[in-house]
Design a protein around this ligand. Structure first.
Ligand code: ATP
Length: 355
């Protein structure tokens, strides 16, 4: 099922929780709504689910306005942060529930329900726990039951609200893999809400970055991480170095350095901030480049597959953070206290409209 969100706005009293949201989700896509607390993610998800109504705008499922569809036609599966399992039912009965309560004319037979539930429980590797009650499960196991339960009714749309938010980091990671795998197996159009950038970057086909009830940027994980279109997205998704300075004739003057900008800005001048991701800072001992920044290395540490280098600029004492691959780090063989040159590979400046 494709989902079109057209010009959705929602107010709570005078508070604008969502403002003119436009978003099209393709059939079979896995999309993350990512943003800080209060940015409107849950409100948007609830409106898509039909649990909340919008003040303005329309939601279309496969080109049909959702208000013309009854609950059965919507075929939405839901997974919440707090499992919402039935405590008095076994794992098996929790997963079977949605099938058992179907109208008589479309209800599967007992044997069909049993086969379906067993298939799903084996998919989420919980077949050995079918007769347990929710209280006898770990958080991660409960959330896998919740996923199996949502999938049992073969939804056309799967909506997940911070599904792994209450779990510890290791279990979260494991469940992300589950979600991705289940999605790849079933191709259900899925939207999940998260405030965890790493989770969104890791799992989603596309990320919708939200801030204060509006969409800041929509794009693939690579697009939003490597090519942020707003300062907010730079700051919210990952680490960033900021160069405060003055923009003149396509160059940013910061500290005692000038950096030529790749996207020009020849016509504008004024105070400006340059943004650059740690992996776009090149470290070199070569002094031939005229726009080099002199800096002293004060910390080098490996984090997973990358090496993080913290430096101090010597012209203005500002902090810089660079990220190298292990190979780059091995070749450079930096020592703490050493003076090196830093070159920003991609310095991005956002020009305020009032320049
Ligand atoms: P979180 O990550 O904290 O859940 P969110 O991005 O999902 O945040 P929403 O839950 O959509 O944000 O809330 C957006 C804003 O709307 C918040 O400021 C919230 O306080 C407000 N809000 C949400 N529901 C209501 C309500 N029923 N009445 C009044 N204000 C509400």
């Amino acid at each position: 099922m494709s989902i079109q969100i057209r010009n959705i706005s929602k107010n709570f009293g005078s508070f604008k929780a969502l403002q003119n949201i436009d978003l099209t989700i393709k059939r079979g896509e896995l999309v993350a709504l990512l943003g800080p607390s209060g940015s409107g993610k849950t409100s948007l998800l609830r409106i898509i689910a039909g649990l909340e109504s919008a003040d303005e705008g329309t939601i279309l499922f496969d080109d049909r306005p959702t208000h013309s569809l009854d609950a059965n036609e919507r075929q939405v599966g839901f997974v919440f942060q707090h499992y919402a399992l039935f405590r008095h039912m076994t794992v098996f009965d929790n997963v079977a529930y949605g099938l058992k309560v179907r109208p008589r004319n479309v209800r599967p037979s007992k044997a069909e329900i049993k086969a379906k539930v067993e298939e799903l429980l084996s998919l989420v590797k919980l077949d050995h726990l079918a007769s347990r009650y929710p209280d006898q499960l770990s958080g991660g196991q409960k959330q896998r039951v919740a996923l199996a339960r949502a999938l049992a009714v073969e939804p056309k749309v799967l909506l997940l609200d911070e599904p792994f938010g209450a779990l510890d980091a290791k279990v979260r990671k494991e469940l992300r893999r589950w979600l991705r795998k289940l999605h790849d197996d079933f191709h259900i159009t899925s939207i999940f809400v998260t405030h965890d950038q790493e989770e969104a970057l890791d799992v989603a086909d596309r990320i919708v970055v939200m801030n204060e009830g509006a969409i800041e940027q929509i794009g693939s994980p690579e697009e939003v991480y490597d090519h942020p279109q707003t300062p907010f997205v730079y700051n919210f998704l990952g680490n960033v170095n900021l160069f405060h300075g003055r923009l003149e004739k396509g160059r940013l003057h910061h500290g005692s350095i000038q950096t030529t900008l790749s996207d020009n800005h020849l016509e504008t001048s004024g105070d400006a901030t340059g943004y650059v991701r740690p992996h776009d800072l090149k470290i070199t001992r070569n002094n031939e480049h005229t726009e080099r920044i002199l800096a002293r290395v004060f910390h080098v540490h490996a984090i997973g597959s990358v090496v993080r280098v913290e430096l101090n600029r010597l012209d203005n004492n500002e902090f810089l953070e660079a990220e190298l691959t292990k190979n780059e780090a091995r070749e450079l063989n930096l020592s703490v206290g050493e003076e090196v040159y830093v070159l920003p590979k991609q310095l991005k400046v956002f020009v305020p409209e009032d320049f």
